[in-house]
Design a protein around this ligand. Structure first.
Ligand SMILES: *Cc1c(COP(=O)(O)O)cnc(C)c1O
Ligand SMILES: [Zn+2]
Length: 412
């Protein structure tokens, strides 16, 4: 049983009945799910959650839809790994990596799609659709296939080959748009107005976005029901960052955390698409749209829908927002892999490079407990990395050749 009261406008607080809608008719502000937190508090405990499934549905009372049946891909409860070697390289004491590459389609988007799909089925919708920067395409196509729904996935035509293959394989309709993500998104908003389809990040967006909270829920539970001091979160539309913050606050609101969380939230962007970082640096409230050009394509949203709210969350919590270059992104992908054995995609490079920068600037402090969110797998974005890694040497299949090539390799 869900504890949803209504949809509520983030700007003017007007409420709406639960439906596949996403903007306020009065002020065009975004709609968000409003809950009865007292009812949730009465329905959950640390024990009830521990007894639940090892998926995002262990937090079902805090989500806007009842858990789906067993015929759905299991999502979430990904590892939170202590990263001491990475921390040492960054001059930090305690760093954890939330490894969300370990989801069915190897990115955090499985979380939001799982919630959106369950809600779409409840609404009786039969086609799952999305405007995607890549990972959402994978997830929508896969989850629709598993649920026996039709899918329509819209992507920018310059998407990585790896992400086109890992979407098309599921057999849905994949439409490449001659334009950037913001063009794709605009078309999908128009289509959502004329079709009865569930565009997960358009007309079902208020429910979709709630799926991101589970990253905060898992982080706190995996830390023994404590919160980190500081989190570093990649920003595309800004939804994930705002929802991670909301997730920590909700845990306290329903009595699952003893103390009021005081989590500093920092953002990560690529310089080739950094409208939120730019607004943060300028100290203003206006997010000026940009034309993206970066290897971090999954974060390439030039006009981020939740950018303002992400900016607000970072400022309110005393975090920062870094913008990092393509070279720094590649270096950071290698750093994470070399120190911790975790292969994240370009977006993970953005997050780790931003953590490095924020640590150097003293925004992330050496004594803080830090969690970095690694939101997608490196196998999906091999192309930008390929020129920078390779075999150490190529030799003949003889001992002599090996000894000659690696004369000092004898110890241990
Ligand atoms: C979509 C995405 C994000 C962030 O998405 P938001 O639009 O800001 O919620 C982060 N990392 C990866 C890999 C993504 O695909
Ligand atoms: Zn409104």
């Amino acid at each position: 049983m869900t504890h949803v009261q209504a949809l509520r406008c983030r700007e003017c607080d007007r409420t709406y009945d639960v439906a596949p809608i996403y903007t306020c008719e009065w002020c065009f502000g975004p709609l968000e799910v409003a809950y009865d937190y007292d009812a949730i508090a009465a329905a959950v405990s640390r024990q009830s959650i521990a007894a639940g499934p090892t998926t995002i549905w262990r937090y079902a009372p805090l989500l806007p839809v009842d858990p789906p049946g067993e015929s759905h891909l299991p999502v979430g409860w990904t590892p939170l790994l202590r990263a001491d070697r990475l921390a040492a390289e960054l001059g930090l004491r305690e760093v954890w990596v939330k490894d969300d590459t370990r989801n069915p389609t190897n990115a955090f988007k499985d979380r939001v799609v799982a919630v959106a799909l369950a809600k779409a089925l409840e609404f009786g919708m039969k086609t799952l659709a999305c405007a995607s920067t890549g990972n959402l395409a994978n997830a929508v196509a896969a989850h629709a296939a598993r649920a026996g729904l039709r899918s329509f996935v819209f992507i920018p035509s310059d998407l990585e080959a790896g992400k086109v293959v890992t979407t098309s394989v599921y057999g849905g309709t994949v439409v490449a748009i001659d334009g950037n993500y913001d063009d794709v998104n605009r078309l999908c908003a128009e289509l959502a107005a004329e079709r009865p389809w569930a565009f997960v990040n358009v007309n079902v967006r208020p429910f979709y976005a709630e799926g991101s909270k589970t990253l905060a829920f898992e982080t706190a539970e995996q830390l023994g029901w404590e919160t980190p001091d500081h989190v570093v979160v990649p920003i595309a539309s800004g939804s994930l960052l705002t929802k991670i913050r909301k997730g920590f606050d909700e845990l306290h609101a329903v009595g699952l955390l003893d103390e009021k969380p005081n989590v500093r939230v920092s953002g990560a962007q690529a310089t080739g698409c950094s409208p939120v970082a730019a607004a943060f640096a300028e100290g203003g409230d206006t997010i000026n749209p940009v034309r993206p050009s970066t290897i971090a394509k999954s974060l390439a949203i030039g006009n981020p829908a939740d950018g303002y709210y992400a900016l607000d969350a970072v400022r309110e919590t005393g975090g920062g927002i870094a913008a990092v270059t393509d070279d720094e992104i590649v270096e950071a992908m290698k750093l994470l892999a070399r120190t911790e054995g975790i292969f994240g995609e370009t977006a993970a490079g953005v997050t780790i490079a931003s953590l490095k920068r924020l640590a150097e600037e003293g925004v992330v402090r050496a004594d803080e407990r830090v969690v970095a969110y690694v939101t997608g797998h490196g196998l999906k974005t091999l192309d930008p990395l390929a020129p920078h890694v390779g075999v150490t040497d190529t030799i003949k299949p003889t001992l002599d050749a090996f000894h000659a090539a690696f004369p000092d390799s004898g110890e241990e």
